[in-house]
Design a protein around this ligand. Structure first.
Ligand code: GLY
Length: 426
C-alpha cells in the first residue's frame, strides 16, 4: 500500500465514526503566537480543547480528523541519521468535550474519550495487517496519577501485563506546544520497535509557569507519524526507502557524484521541508521562522555541493517532491514561485559558501588543536559571510572540537563587532 492510500484509509475510517475531516492548517500558525511553526496536529484545534471555540458550531460534531503538515526544529542536528526529520505528516483524530457515550460502537458526533480512542487505534492498526509489539501508558508522577483506565482498556483488548509498559512524565505525558496549552497523559503504540501512534488524553492546561490545571472538559488528541507508519507497512530499512521519498531518491541518485548517505538524507529532509514552507508563504530571512527556512536552505546548499550536484539541476529535485505531494497538498502546485524562492536563496548562498570553504580549508582544516578557532571562524564570518552554524557543521564533519570557550569567544568578538559598526553608523 502506498502513502496516498493510507491517508485515504485513515480519513475514511474516522469519517465513518462521526469525525469531520479538516484540511491541514498552514505550517505558519495564524493565531498562535506561542510557536513559530506548526508542530502538531492539535495546534489548529487548541481553542476547541479550551472551549474558547465551539466544535459543534464550527464542525457540526465534536470529532475531527486531519493529516497535518508539521515542522519541528528540536532534532535538526540529528537529521541525516536513519529516523530524524524536520518536516513530517501527522495523522490525527481529535475529540472535544464534553464526553458523551464513550463506546467504540457509537459512530455519532458527541465527544469520546479513552475507550473509543484506544479501541479505534487498535482496530485501525489491525485493519492494516500490523501487529502491535507493546503499548505504554502513563504510570503516574508528581501530581498526575497513574492512568489506570487506559491500562485496563488495553488489558480488556487482550494485552498481557508485560506488553503494557508504564512511563513517567518524560515519556508518557505530551504537550503543551509552545509555552502554554492543553496537555495530558498518553498511551503509545509500538510496532516493529517504533513508536507509531501517540494517543494524548488532554485533561490539563499548562500555564506559562508550568502549572497544571484541570481542563473543563477532557479531550483526545492523537498523532501518528506517516513516515514511520509507511516504514513498518512497507518493511523498508529506514523511512527514506518508503514511497514518500522514493521518487526524490531516484532523481537524486542520478545526479550525485559522490555517495554519502548522511548528506542524501539531509537533502531529502531539507528539500521537502523547504518546499512545504515556501508553499505556505514563508520567505528566507534573518528573523524567527524566516531564519529557520534560511538555515535549512543553507544546509541544503552545503550538502548538495558536497554530493557534487549541479545546482542548476534543482528543478528535477523540486519536481520530484511537488509531483509526489501536490495532489494531496494543492498549495504545492505553484512550481515557479517555489523554485524562485528556493533557487534564489541557494544561488546566493552558494557563492558565499564557495569562497568561505576555500578559506576554511586553508585556515582551519586539518588542525584539530587550533587555539584560535573562534578568531578564525569569526574572520570567516566577517570577511566571507560564512555563517557560524555552517562553520560549526564543517568543524563537526572534520572532527574538530568547538568548545564552550570557542563559543564564548566568538560571541564576545561578535558583540564588539556590533558595537563598532553601530558607532560607525552614528
Ligand atoms: N499531539 C500528539 C503528538 O504530537 O504526538
Amino acid at each position: 500500500m502506498k502513502s496516498e492510500e493510507i491517508r485515504k484509509l485513515f480519513l475514511e475510517f474516522f469519517e465513518k465514526r462521526g469525525h469531520k475531516i479538516i484540511p491541514s492548517s498552514s505550517l505558519i500558525p495564524y493565531d498562535d503566537p506561542s510557536v513559530l511553526l506548526t508542530t502538531a496536529g492539535m495546534q489548529q484545534f487548541k481553542k476547541y480543547f479550551t472551549r474558547e471555540k465551539d466544535p459543534n458550531q464550527d464542525f457540526g460534531t465534536q470529532r475531527t480528523a486531519s493529516i497535518q503538515k508539521c515542522f519541528r526544529t528540536t532534532d535538526i542536528e540529528e537529521v541525516g541519521d536513519e529516523r530524524h526529520l524536520t518536516f513530517f505528516e501527522m495523522l490525527g483524530n481529535f475529540s472535544f468535550g464534553p464526553i458523551g457515550n464513550d463506546d467504540p460502537q457509537n459512530f455519532g458526533t458527541d465527544g469520546y474519550f479513552k475507550r473509543s480512542a484506544i479501541y479505534w487505534a487498535y482496530e485501525f492498526i489491525k485493519s492494516l495487517g500490523l501487529e502491535i509489539d507493546y503499548v505504554t501508558v502513563f504510570g503516574g508522577e508528581n501530581d498526575v496519577p497513574f492512568d489506570e483506565k487506559s491500562y485496563k482498556i488495553w488489558q480488556e483488548i487482550g494485552f498481557p501485563e508485560n506488553k503494557i509498559l508504564k512511563g513517567g512524565r518524560e515519556d508518557n505525558f505530551w504537550g503543551p506546544t509552545g509555552d502554554e496549552g492543553p496537555c495530558g497523559p498518553t498511551t503509545e503504540i509500538y510496532v516493529d520497535g517504533l513508536e507509531i501512534w501517540n494517543l494524548v488524553f488532554n485533561e490539563y492546561y499548562q500555564d506559562k509557569d508550568g502549572k497544571l490545571q484541570k481542563l473543563q472538559y477532557p479531550g483526545v488528541d492523537t498523532g501518528m507519524g506517516l513516515e514511520r507508519l509507511m516504514k513498518v507497512l512497507q518493511k523498508t530499512p529506514t523511512i527514506f526507502e518508503t514511497d514518500l521519498f522514493m521518487d526524490l531518491k531516484n532523481v537524486l541518485e542520478k545526479l550525485i557524484k559522490h555517495d554519502d548517505l548522511r548528506r542524501e538524507r539531509i537533502v531529502f529532509d531539507h528539500l521537502r521541508g523547504s518546499v512545504f514552507l515556501v508553499a505556505d508563504g514563508l520567505y528566507p530571512s534573518n528573523l524567527e521562522r524566516g531564519y529557520i527556512l534560511r538555515r535549512i536552505l543553507r544546509r541544503l546548499t552545503l550538502n548538495l555541493k558536497f554530493l557534487g550536484i549541479d545546482l542548476e539541476k534543482i528543478d528535477d529535485l523540486l519536481k520530484a517532491v511537488i509531483n509526489k505531494y501536490s495532489e494531496f497538498y494543492p498549495e504545492l502546485k505553484n512550481f515557479s514561485k517555489i523554485k524562485e524562492v528556493i533557487f534564489g536563496e541557494i544561488r546566493i548562498f552558494e557563492k558565499t559558501l564557495t569562497a568561505g570553504l576555500k578559506e576554511f580549508n586553508r585556515l582551519i582544516k586539518g588542525n584539530e588543536d587550533d587555539q584560535s578557532l573562534a578568531e578564525k571562524t569569526f574572520f570567516l564570518y566577517t570577511s566571507y559571510g560564512l555563517p557560524l552554524e555552517i562553520a560549526k557543521e564543517l568543524l563537526r564533519e572534520n572532527q574538530i572540537k568547538w568548545s564552550e570557550i570557542s563559543q564564548q569567544t566568538f560571541e564576545e568578538l561578535f558583540k564588539k563587532h556590533q558595537q563598532i559598526s553601530r558607532g560607525n553608523n552614528k
